[in-house]
Design a protein around this ligand. Structure first.
Ligand code: GLN
Length: 193
């Protein structure tokens, strides 16, 4: 079996942590910074960081290459700021913000407020048969999901891990957990793609 190659968007944020977990899962990785690099990978992760910064740093060609690949079925996984970038709608968005609109969710940035800037919680993911210690850092909340979006896990009654076809998003940071189940799950659907 040829090794998968997974791209991690490397323009801002915690992309190195994703690269580490992917390497531990025995796949090849590539830091993706330019539009044409998407052609070279079978799946893409958009990491956490600061969505407004990622948004500003992404030019039109880069955006188009991601949207194009997604429409052709490439699996894409966004964590935290990456989830914000993949959303169809950002609640209270700055008027210049342009999310990629690849998953039918509405997401609210920094939803847990300052006093809870960062926390972790034990999350049950029944469909993966696992429990994960999930790290939330200035996390967004998914406040609405479309009819085709599947909720894979929730916390305090709000979805925190959701999927619509080839697009997976989490509001927490599975790359900061010792449990690689979410990445492993992403790789299974890259493999079956
Ligand atoms: N609050 C950040 C944003 O709006 C996301 C934080 C994160 O990715 N940990 O982009």
């Amino acid at each position: 079996m040829t090794k998968l190659k997974i791209g991690v968007l490397g323009i801002q944020g915690d992309f190195l942590e994703h690269l580490h977990i992917l390497s531990a899962l025995n796949v090849d990785t590539k830091i993706v910074k330019y539009a044409d690099e998407i052609e070279d990978v079978q799946g893409l992760i958009i990491p956490g960081g600061e969505s407004t910064t990622i948004d500003r740093l992404m030019d039109d060609e880069f955006r188009e290459s991601i949207v194009d690949a997604a429409r052709k079925g490439m699996p894409i996984f966004g964590t935290c700021a990456g989830a914000i970038m993949l959303a169809k709608k950002i609640h209270d968005a700055k008027e210049w913000q342009r999310p990629l609109g690849l998953i039918d969710i509405e997401i609210k940035r920094n939803a847990y407020g300052r006093q809870r800037d960062s926390f972790d919680a034990v999350i049950n993911i029944p469909s993966l048969g696992t429990i994960i210690r999930a790290v939330f850092i200035r996390a967004p909340e998914i406040i609405n999901i479309g009819p085709k979006v599947k909720e894979l896990a929730n916390f305090e009654e709000l979805p925190v891990l959701v999927q619509e076809n080839n697009i997976l998003v989490s509001t927490f940071h599975p790359e900061l957990s010792a449990n690689p189940s979410v990445h492993r799950y992403f790789l299974t659907f890259v493999r079956s793609n």
